[in-house]
Design a protein around this ligand. Structure first.
Ligand SMILES: C[S@@+](CC[C@H](N)C(=O)[O-])C[C@H]1O[C@@H](n2cnc3c(N)ncnc32)[C@H](O)[C@@H]1O
Length: 274
Protein backbone atom coordinates (compact mmCIF):
# COMPACT_ATOMS: atom_id res chain seq x y z
CA UNK A 1 0.00 0.00 0.00
CA UNK A 2 1.65 3.21 -1.16
CA UNK A 3 -1.32 5.56 -0.95
CA UNK A 4 -0.89 8.58 1.32
CA UNK A 5 -3.89 10.86 1.58
CA UNK A 6 -1.65 13.76 2.69
CA UNK A 7 -0.79 14.33 -1.01
CA UNK A 8 -4.47 14.82 -1.87
CA UNK A 9 -6.00 16.34 1.27
CA UNK A 10 -8.20 19.33 0.50
CA UNK A 11 -8.26 18.72 -3.24
CA UNK A 12 -11.45 19.08 -5.33
CA UNK A 13 -12.45 15.49 -4.63
CA UNK A 14 -12.19 15.94 -0.86
CA UNK A 15 -14.39 19.05 -1.13
CA UNK A 16 -17.13 17.09 -2.94
CA UNK A 17 -16.94 14.14 -0.51
CA UNK A 18 -16.76 16.21 2.68
CA UNK A 19 -19.47 18.71 1.73
CA UNK A 20 -21.75 15.73 0.99
CA UNK A 21 -20.72 14.02 4.24
CA UNK A 22 -21.56 17.09 6.35
CA UNK A 23 -24.98 17.39 4.72
CA UNK A 24 -25.67 13.69 5.30
CA UNK A 25 -24.65 13.89 8.94
CA UNK A 26 -27.04 16.79 9.51
CA UNK A 27 -29.91 14.99 7.77
CA UNK A 28 -29.37 11.73 9.60
CA UNK A 29 -29.25 13.45 12.97
CA UNK A 30 -32.70 14.94 12.54
CA UNK A 31 -34.34 11.97 14.26
CA UNK A 32 -33.87 10.98 17.88
CA UNK A 33 -32.33 7.56 17.28
CA UNK A 34 -28.58 7.47 17.75
CA UNK A 35 -26.48 7.67 14.61
CA UNK A 36 -23.65 5.24 13.99
CA UNK A 37 -21.13 6.24 11.35
CA UNK A 38 -18.79 3.57 10.03
CA UNK A 39 -15.83 4.88 8.04
CA UNK A 40 -14.07 2.01 6.28
CA UNK A 41 -11.02 4.01 5.17
CA UNK A 42 -10.30 6.82 7.61
CA UNK A 43 -6.80 8.13 6.83
CA UNK A 44 -5.03 10.06 9.59
CA UNK A 45 -7.83 12.58 10.18
CA UNK A 46 -6.07 15.96 9.91
CA UNK A 47 -3.57 17.08 7.28
CA UNK A 48 -0.86 19.73 7.31
CA UNK A 49 -1.18 21.66 4.06
CA UNK A 50 2.29 23.14 4.61
CA UNK A 51 3.84 19.67 4.92
CA UNK A 52 6.05 18.13 2.22
CA UNK A 53 3.30 15.95 0.68
CA UNK A 54 0.69 18.69 0.19
CA UNK A 55 3.34 21.20 -0.90
CA UNK A 56 4.65 18.77 -3.50
CA UNK A 57 1.27 17.96 -5.02
CA UNK A 58 -0.23 21.47 -4.87
CA UNK A 59 -3.70 19.90 -4.97
CA UNK A 60 -5.05 21.82 -1.96
CA UNK A 61 -4.19 25.13 -3.64
CA UNK A 62 -6.75 24.46 -6.36
CA UNK A 63 -9.21 23.01 -3.85
CA UNK A 64 -9.67 24.13 -0.27
CA UNK A 65 -7.43 27.21 -0.54
CA UNK A 66 -9.58 28.58 -3.35
CA UNK A 67 -12.76 27.68 -1.48
CA UNK A 68 -11.58 29.48 1.66
CA UNK A 69 -10.54 32.54 -0.35
CA UNK A 70 -14.05 32.97 -1.75
CA UNK A 71 -15.94 35.92 -0.27
CA UNK A 72 -19.24 34.04 -0.02
CA UNK A 73 -19.42 30.27 -0.32
CA UNK A 74 -22.64 28.73 -1.64
CA UNK A 75 -25.15 27.43 0.92
CA UNK A 76 -24.07 23.82 0.25
CA UNK A 77 -20.34 24.55 0.73
CA UNK A 78 -20.91 26.77 3.78
CA UNK A 79 -20.78 23.98 6.41
CA UNK A 80 -17.43 22.73 5.04
CA UNK A 81 -16.02 26.27 5.02
CA UNK A 82 -17.10 26.61 8.65
CA UNK A 83 -15.54 23.25 9.62
CA UNK A 84 -12.23 24.06 7.91
CA UNK A 85 -12.25 27.43 9.69
CA UNK A 86 -12.74 25.67 13.04
CA UNK A 87 -9.97 23.17 12.32
CA UNK A 88 -7.68 26.17 11.84
CA UNK A 89 -9.02 27.97 14.90
CA UNK A 90 -10.40 30.70 12.70
CA UNK A 91 -6.98 31.77 11.40
CA UNK A 92 -5.02 31.08 8.23
CA UNK A 93 -5.86 27.82 6.44
CA UNK A 94 -2.99 25.36 6.89
CA UNK A 95 -4.81 22.30 8.25
CA UNK A 96 -7.39 20.27 6.36
CA UNK A 97 -9.80 18.07 8.34
CA UNK A 98 -10.42 14.56 7.02
CA UNK A 99 -13.55 12.49 7.49
CA UNK A 100 -12.63 11.37 11.08
CA UNK A 101 -12.26 14.95 12.28
CA UNK A 102 -15.51 16.01 10.57
CA UNK A 103 -17.53 13.08 11.89
CA UNK A 104 -16.15 13.25 15.44
CA UNK A 105 -16.98 16.96 15.57
CA UNK A 106 -20.59 16.26 14.59
CA UNK A 107 -21.35 13.45 17.08
CA UNK A 108 -24.16 13.99 19.58
CA UNK A 109 -24.15 12.23 22.96
CA UNK A 110 -25.13 8.63 22.22
CA UNK A 111 -23.91 8.69 18.58
CA UNK A 112 -21.07 6.36 17.61
CA UNK A 113 -18.23 6.43 15.13
CA UNK A 114 -16.18 3.39 14.09
CA UNK A 115 -13.27 4.26 11.83
CA UNK A 116 -10.87 1.84 10.14
CA UNK A 117 -7.38 2.59 8.86
CA UNK A 118 -5.09 -0.18 7.76
CA UNK A 119 -1.70 1.56 7.48
CA UNK A 120 -0.06 1.39 10.93
CA UNK A 121 1.52 4.87 10.84
CA UNK A 122 -1.70 6.50 9.58
CA UNK A 123 -3.66 4.60 12.21
CA UNK A 124 -1.28 5.75 14.95
CA UNK A 125 -1.87 9.39 13.96
CA UNK A 126 -5.62 8.81 13.72
CA UNK A 127 -5.83 7.13 17.09
CA UNK A 128 -3.83 9.98 18.72
CA UNK A 129 -6.17 12.54 17.13
CA UNK A 130 -9.29 10.69 18.30
CA UNK A 131 -7.99 9.90 21.81
CA UNK A 132 -10.51 10.82 24.48
CA UNK A 133 -13.37 11.48 22.02
CA UNK A 134 -16.57 9.98 23.37
CA UNK A 135 -18.30 7.47 21.11
CA UNK A 136 -15.28 7.06 18.81
CA UNK A 137 -13.45 3.77 18.20
CA UNK A 138 -10.53 3.49 15.80
CA UNK A 139 -9.55 0.14 14.30
CA UNK A 140 -6.16 -0.58 12.74
CA UNK A 141 -7.67 -3.14 10.41
CA UNK A 142 -9.20 -3.76 6.99
CA UNK A 143 -12.40 -1.70 6.80
CA UNK A 144 -13.94 -3.85 4.07
CA UNK A 145 -13.61 -6.93 6.29
CA UNK A 146 -14.48 -5.31 9.62
CA UNK A 147 -17.31 -2.87 8.92
CA UNK A 148 -20.32 -5.17 9.02
CA UNK A 149 -19.24 -6.73 12.33
CA UNK A 150 -19.40 -3.27 13.91
CA UNK A 151 -23.00 -2.43 12.91
CA UNK A 152 -24.94 -1.68 16.09
CA UNK A 153 -28.51 -2.97 16.27
CA UNK A 154 -30.07 0.14 17.83
CA UNK A 155 -28.74 2.89 15.55
CA UNK A 156 -29.36 4.61 12.23
CA UNK A 157 -26.38 3.70 10.01
CA UNK A 158 -24.25 5.84 7.74
CA UNK A 159 -21.36 3.98 6.10
CA UNK A 160 -18.62 5.93 4.34
CA UNK A 161 -16.55 3.87 1.89
CA UNK A 162 -13.51 5.79 0.66
CA UNK A 163 -10.83 3.42 -0.64
CA UNK A 164 -7.67 4.61 -2.40
CA UNK A 165 -8.55 2.61 -5.56
CA UNK A 166 -4.90 1.54 -5.87
CA UNK A 167 -6.19 -2.01 -6.17
CA UNK A 168 -8.50 -3.04 -8.99
CA UNK A 169 -10.70 -4.99 -6.56
CA UNK A 170 -11.57 -1.86 -4.53
CA UNK A 171 -14.58 -1.47 -6.88
CA UNK A 172 -15.82 -5.02 -6.36
CA UNK A 173 -15.14 -4.94 -2.61
CA UNK A 174 -17.16 -1.69 -2.32
CA UNK A 175 -20.13 -3.39 -4.04
CA UNK A 176 -19.79 -6.51 -1.87
CA UNK A 177 -19.68 -4.40 1.27
CA UNK A 178 -22.78 -2.45 0.22
CA UNK A 179 -24.65 -5.75 -0.26
CA UNK A 180 -23.51 -7.03 3.15
CA UNK A 181 -24.49 -3.82 4.96
CA UNK A 182 -27.93 -3.76 3.29
CA UNK A 183 -28.34 -7.43 4.18
CA UNK A 184 -28.11 -6.39 7.83
CA UNK A 185 -29.89 -3.03 7.56
CA UNK A 186 -31.86 -2.48 4.31
CA UNK A 187 -32.34 1.23 5.09
CA UNK A 188 -28.69 2.01 5.90
CA UNK A 189 -27.27 4.92 3.96
CA UNK A 190 -23.91 4.37 2.25
CA UNK A 191 -21.68 6.96 0.61
CA UNK A 192 -19.05 5.51 -1.72
CA UNK A 193 -16.40 7.77 -3.21
CA UNK A 194 -14.73 6.88 -6.51
CA UNK A 195 -12.35 8.48 -8.98
CA UNK A 196 -13.66 9.35 -12.44
CA UNK A 197 -11.19 8.26 -15.05
CA UNK A 198 -13.22 6.82 -17.93
CA UNK A 199 -16.88 6.09 -18.57
CA UNK A 200 -16.45 2.35 -18.98
CA UNK A 201 -15.16 1.89 -15.42
CA UNK A 202 -17.96 4.03 -14.01
CA UNK A 203 -20.59 2.20 -16.02
CA UNK A 204 -19.40 -1.26 -14.92
CA UNK A 205 -19.23 -0.13 -11.30
CA UNK A 206 -22.74 1.35 -11.35
CA UNK A 207 -24.21 -1.83 -12.87
CA UNK A 208 -22.49 -4.00 -10.26
CA UNK A 209 -23.65 -1.68 -7.51
CA UNK A 210 -27.25 -1.79 -8.75
CA UNK A 211 -27.14 -5.59 -8.64
CA UNK A 212 -25.57 -5.56 -5.17
CA UNK A 213 -28.04 -3.06 -3.69
CA UNK A 214 -31.32 -4.04 -5.36
CA UNK A 215 -33.96 -2.76 -4.46
CA UNK A 216 -32.33 0.19 -2.62
CA UNK A 217 -32.34 3.49 -4.51
CA UNK A 218 -28.96 4.90 -5.60
CA UNK A 219 -27.90 8.37 -6.69
CA UNK A 220 -24.72 8.90 -8.70
CA UNK A 221 -23.14 12.35 -8.42
CA UNK A 222 -20.40 13.23 -10.88
CA UNK A 223 -18.00 16.14 -10.64
CA UNK A 224 -16.09 16.09 -13.92
CA UNK A 225 -13.20 18.52 -13.91
CA UNK A 226 -12.50 17.92 -17.61
CA UNK A 227 -13.80 15.63 -20.37
CA UNK A 228 -13.06 11.97 -19.63
CA UNK A 229 -10.63 11.63 -22.51
CA UNK A 230 -7.49 10.37 -20.79
CA UNK A 231 -8.25 7.28 -18.68
CA UNK A 232 -4.79 7.48 -17.07
CA UNK A 233 -5.78 10.69 -15.29
CA UNK A 234 -8.24 11.40 -12.51
CA UNK A 235 -10.57 13.56 -14.57
CA UNK A 236 -13.04 14.06 -11.77
CA UNK A 237 -14.72 12.13 -9.00
CA UNK A 238 -18.07 10.55 -8.30
CA UNK A 239 -20.17 9.65 -5.28
CA UNK A 240 -22.61 6.78 -5.10
CA UNK A 241 -25.22 7.46 -2.44
CA UNK A 242 -27.34 4.46 -1.49
CA UNK A 243 -30.64 5.09 0.31
CA UNK A 244 -30.30 8.85 -0.11
CA UNK A 245 -32.18 11.09 2.33
CA UNK A 246 -34.88 13.30 0.82
CA UNK A 247 -33.52 16.30 -1.06
CA UNK A 248 -30.14 14.68 -1.73
CA UNK A 249 -30.24 15.03 -5.52
CA UNK A 250 -30.52 18.83 -5.48
CA UNK A 251 -27.90 19.20 -2.76
CA UNK A 252 -25.37 16.91 -4.48
CA UNK A 253 -25.97 18.76 -7.76
CA UNK A 254 -25.21 22.09 -6.06
CA UNK A 255 -22.07 20.69 -4.37
CA UNK A 256 -20.69 19.21 -7.61
CA UNK A 257 -21.57 22.39 -9.54
CA UNK A 258 -19.80 24.59 -6.96
CA UNK A 259 -16.65 22.47 -7.20
CA UNK A 260 -16.52 22.14 -11.00
CA UNK A 261 -17.22 25.86 -11.43
CA UNK A 262 -13.48 26.32 -10.83
CA UNK A 263 -12.59 24.09 -13.80
CA UNK A 264 -12.88 25.30 -17.39
CA UNK A 265 -14.76 22.51 -19.21
CA UNK A 266 -16.06 21.04 -15.94
CA UNK A 267 -19.45 19.38 -15.71
CA UNK A 268 -21.67 18.39 -12.78
CA UNK A 269 -24.44 15.84 -13.01
CA UNK A 270 -26.45 13.80 -10.54
CA UNK A 271 -28.68 10.96 -11.65
CA UNK A 272 -30.58 8.05 -10.16
CA UNK A 273 -29.08 4.68 -11.04
CA UNK A 274 -31.28 1.78 -12.05
C1 LIG B 1 -8.75 8.13 0.53
S1 LIG B 1 -7.98 7.82 2.04
C2 LIG B 1 -9.21 8.11 3.22
C3 LIG B 1 -9.56 9.55 3.43
C4 LIG B 1 -10.61 9.78 4.47
N1 LIG B 1 -11.79 8.93 4.29
C5 LIG B 1 -11.07 11.23 4.44
O1 LIG B 1 -12.10 11.53 3.82
O2 LIG B 1 -10.43 12.05 5.08
C6 LIG B 1 -7.89 6.07 2.05
C7 LIG B 1 -7.20 5.48 3.28
O3 LIG B 1 -7.53 4.08 3.33
C8 LIG B 1 -6.42 3.37 3.86
N2 LIG B 1 -6.65 1.97 3.45
C9 LIG B 1 -6.33 1.34 2.29
N3 LIG B 1 -6.90 0.12 2.24
C10 LIG B 1 -7.58 -0.04 3.40
C11 LIG B 1 -8.43 -1.06 3.91
N4 LIG B 1 -8.65 -2.19 3.22
N5 LIG B 1 -9.01 -0.87 5.12
C12 LIG B 1 -8.79 0.27 5.83
N6 LIG B 1 -8.01 1.29 5.38
C13 LIG B 1 -7.43 1.14 4.19
C14 LIG B 1 -5.23 4.07 3.27
O4 LIG B 1 -4.10 3.86 4.07
C15 LIG B 1 -5.70 5.54 3.28
O5 LIG B 1 -5.26 6.20 4.44
Amino acid sequence: MNYRHAFHAGNFADLVKHAALLWLLAQMQRGRRPLQVIDTHGGSGLYDLRGPEASRSGEAEAGVMRLMARAEPSAEMGPLVQAVGEANSGGETWLYPGSPWLVARALRPGDRYDVFEMQPDEHARLSALMAGRKGVATHGADGFAGAVGRLASDAVHLVLVDPPFERADDYARSCDLAAEVLGRDPVATLLIWLPLKDLHTLDVFVRDLEDACEPAPILIAEARMRPLEDPMKMNGCALALINPPEGAQAVLQAICAAVVAEAPGGKAQVWPAG
